[in-house]
Design a protein around this ligand. Structure first.
Ligand code: NDP
Length: 345
């Protein structure tokens, strides 16, 4: 496939936003969702770039997201918890709404949490971890998904792919950020292998009978496996507890019951925890940011790369040359704009 064009990130964002507006999303949701989709494409995170648009459109068409929803801050005076009700809309504008209050409370108290309830979710979590670091905060972001992962030792989908991201701010440098699914791979990766007709690496999935498989079709009807065996299984379970049950929102099995399919964006909650490194180190020797740099240098000094380094390199290239899209991808964007919800079944 040839590269048809290289679009400036702003032009890609405008295009994605126009598609989403044309499909019925209100301005606040279309703007926030377009920002994360364009950022995903810019950072060469193909499973969370323009590939996500069709899923957004399918979810609108199925009536499983409220296209006119406006997120609301739920008053919780005196609490370290900032709660935003997405009111059935996408999570992204809810995060943008809650971030200033979260950052203010984390700075003044040392620790604060943002709870987002009743949100449709399509995003990678790194953009939110990065947003915390831009406020000088460290943070954790997590959410459930829908049942597609068998617990270690089990044989049926139960847990979600349950992503978790962490960010640490670095003065004058891009932050330390990692972000991964607690399954061996994100479900979008399985779908991308299926579309490309490529077998999955060993150890990613089991089929409907519980046998190991490298066939993406069989994996999609069977179950994915947690990363790191029992360790990923336990972390995935923790995310169901903290970012599902504890915040009064749906767990991955409940999301699947509600949706009845894994082809639409899941509706659940999200938990963001922000830490002020200065507040935690108060009274102790050493600047936490300077000490973190010593650690990062030691990691790099062994020839290991830091997480997000690949993404930041892709971002630098996209910023300099534009976001490279193939002719097929450009045609797809045109098609989605022209056909709107008729483009998806
Ligand atoms: P990857 O395995 O692709 O990457 C995981 C993280 O590890 C990234 O931060 C990556 O940085 C880093 N990394 C990868 N290789 C190395 C290495 N050799 N050395 C150091 N760091 C490395 O992630 P997944 O496939 O598990 O997840 C992809 C995305 O899917 C995530 O963004 C996640 O949020 C999202 N997701 C969203 C869900 C949802 O419901 N909203 C559900 C599940 C996943 P780099 O990017 O620079 O390579």
């Amino acid at each position: 496939m040839s590269n048809a064009t290289a679009l400036p990130i702003s032009a890609l964002r405008v295009r994605v936003e126009a598609i989403l507006r044309n499909a019925g999303l209100n301005a606040i949701q279309a703007g926030a969702v377009a920002r994360v989709i364009a950022a995903g494409e810019r950072d060469a995170c193909k499973s969370h770039g323009i590939y996500r648009i069709e899923g957004v459109l399918r979810t609108i068409k199925a009536g499983k997201v409220k296209p006119d929803a406006v997120p609301e801050l739920v008053p919780q005076e005196g609490s370290a918890i900032v709660r935003v009700n997405a009111n059935g809309g996408f999570a992204n504008p809810a995060f943008e709404l809650g971030l200033p209050a979260l950052a203010e409370r984390a700075r003044s108290r040392g620790l604060a949490a943002l709870v987002i309830n009743d949100c449709a979710h399509i995003s990678a979590l790194w953009s939110e971890a990065e947003a915390l670091t831009e406020q000088g905060l460290a943070g954790l972001v997590m959410c459930p998904s829908y049942s597609t992962v068998a617990p270690t030792g089990g044989n049926k989908p139960l847990l979600g792919t349950n992503p978790i991201a962490f960010g640490w701010p670095r003065a004058g440098k891009l932050p330390y950020v990692f972000d991964f699914a607690t399954s061996v791979a994100a479900r979008g990766e399985i779908e991308l292998h299926r579309r490309a007709g490529k077998p999955l690496p060993e150890g990613w999935a089991i089929d409907a009978q519980g046998n190991p498989t490298t066939d993406p079709e069989a994996a999609l009807t069977g179950a994915m496996l947690p990363f790191g065996g029992h360790k990923g299984s336990a972390i995935g379970t923790m995310i169901e507890l903290l970012a599902g049950i504890m915040i009064g929102d749906l767990t991955s099995p409940e999301v699947l019951d509600y949706l009845g399919t894994t082809t639409l964006a899941p509706l659940h909650g999200e938990l963001v925890i922000a830490f002020s490194p200065e507040a935690f180190t108060a009274g102790r020797a050493g600047d936490p940011f300077a000490r973190a740099e010593v650690l990062f240098e030691a990691i790099a000094g062994q020839g290991a790369r830091l997480p997000s380094q690949r993404r930041y390199a892709a971002r630098a290239k996209s910023d300099a040359e534009g976001v490279a899209l193939t002719a097929t991808e450009m045609e797809q964007l045109d098609r989605l704009l022209t056909l709107g919800l008729d483009a998806v079944s």
